[in-house]
Ligand binder design. Structure first.
Ligand SMILES: Nc1ncnc2c1ncn2[C@@H]1O[C@H](COP(=O)(O)OP(=O)(O)OP(=O)(O)O)[C@@H](O)[C@H]1O
Length: 318
């Protein structure tokens, strides 16, 4: 029986007069990796923030495993959602192992988390949590760093610790926000191998939503890709289908002008990052988007208000 995972139904987001997401529907089934791509300003971050509860949609709804999802940023772990952060965000004062234990969130209520807050705890629970954290670190090939301070480790290892911390919560939905950001090419290859096995390694397969500019990574790890442009879904399909979709090529490259036929990486840049394509081949489009952003300072204020006020809804309900 196919797993339900995350579903977005006709999501709309507005920042003042700007429509950032317009009637966006997509599915991230459990056990699958779904990537969201699109040119600068397409709405990727906004979509991610909707799923995290940072941005409240003005239209549509979300479900997780078939139940209404009303995320709040500070309660994601409790409803089975874990995310990695672009800036890693590890606790500097804790060891790698402790960071991962802390990430276990709802699993840690009577163990490490309880210890942090001075609550009664069971040694057996804490031992179990510690063993689990080691297992997660081991699964990501970094158990040897368990007792190190995160700040002493190379950036790529720190990113992996961030991933371990997210996985430690045994999420039903894992959100990966530009996990390749700042990584060297070799590190991206290793990350790709890890991400491919993520949804399937857990006892209960989790759904993985990936927002990423690094096209090599997206093409190699995703079961399905959703392409946004100006806040709308313009294509959904397998990596091969997306690579061959003229509308996608148009959105990224202006294929008619450049002769380019895929949203693939820049052969000269060696980064696999499509951002530079967008900037060079589509200066008109980018300018238009910049203009739109610049002329919407009122929208930014509205957005700040919305973030301060928090999302309209809370938690997962049946
Ligand atoms: N806080 C905000 N206030 C006003 N407009 C915003 C805000 N955040 C995003 N936008 C606008 O919403 C649209 C979508 O932005 P978003 O950041 O989601 O795109 P993106 O695809 O993540 O872009 P990038 O690839 O450049 O990060 C853009 O036009 C952007 O200028």
């Amino acid at each position: 029986m196919p797993e339900e995972g995350l579903a977005l139904h006709h999501i709309g987001v507005r920042f003042g007069g700007l429509t950032a997401l317009d009637d966006v529907s997509l599915r991230v089934p459990a056990g699958r990796v779904v990537g969201v791509i699109g040119p600068n300003g397409a709405g990727k971050t906004t979509l991610f923030n909707v799923v995290c509860g940072i941005v409240a949609p003005v239209a549509g709804s979300l479900t997780l495993d078939g139940r209404a999802l009303r995320p709040r940023p500070h309660r994601l772990a409790g409803i089975g959602i874990a995310r990695t952060l672009q800036g890693i965000g590890l606790f500097a004062g804790l060891t790698v192992l402790e960071n991962v234990m802390a990430g276990a969130g709802r699993l840690a209520r009577s163990g490490f988390g309880a210890a942090l807050f001075g609550l009664p705890r069971s040694d057996r629970d804490e031992r179990r949590l510690r063993t689990w954290a080691y297992e997660v670190l081991d699964g990501l090939g970094i158990a040897g760093h368990a007792h190190a301070a995160p700040g002493t480790l190379p950036f790529a290892v720190q990113k992996r610790v961030g991933l371990a911390r997210a996985l430690a919560a045994r999420p039903r939905l894992l959100l990966l926000d530009e996990p390749a950001g700042g990584l060297a090419a070799d590190d991206v290859d290793e990350l790709a191998a890890l991400i491919r096995q993520l949804p399937r390694q857990a006892t209960d397969p989790c759904a993985v939503l990936l927002v990423e500019h690094h096209m090599d990574l997206v093409m190699s790890v995703c079961d399905e890709i959703v392409v946004l442009d100006f806040g709308r879904v313009i294509a959904t399909g397998s990596p091969a289908e997306i690579r061959d979709d003229p509308a996608v090529a148009d959105a990224y490259l202006g294929a008619a002008d450049t002769g380019a036929d895929t949203p693939g990486p820049d052969p000269d840049s060696g980064t696999g990052d499509v951002g530079s394509h967008t900037a060079t081949a589509h200066s008109d489009a980018v300018d238009a988007r910049s203009d739109a952003a610049a002329s919407h300072s009122d929208a930014v204020v509205a957005h700040s208000d919305a973030v301060e006020a928090g999302p309209r809804v809370d938690g997962v309900t049946s």
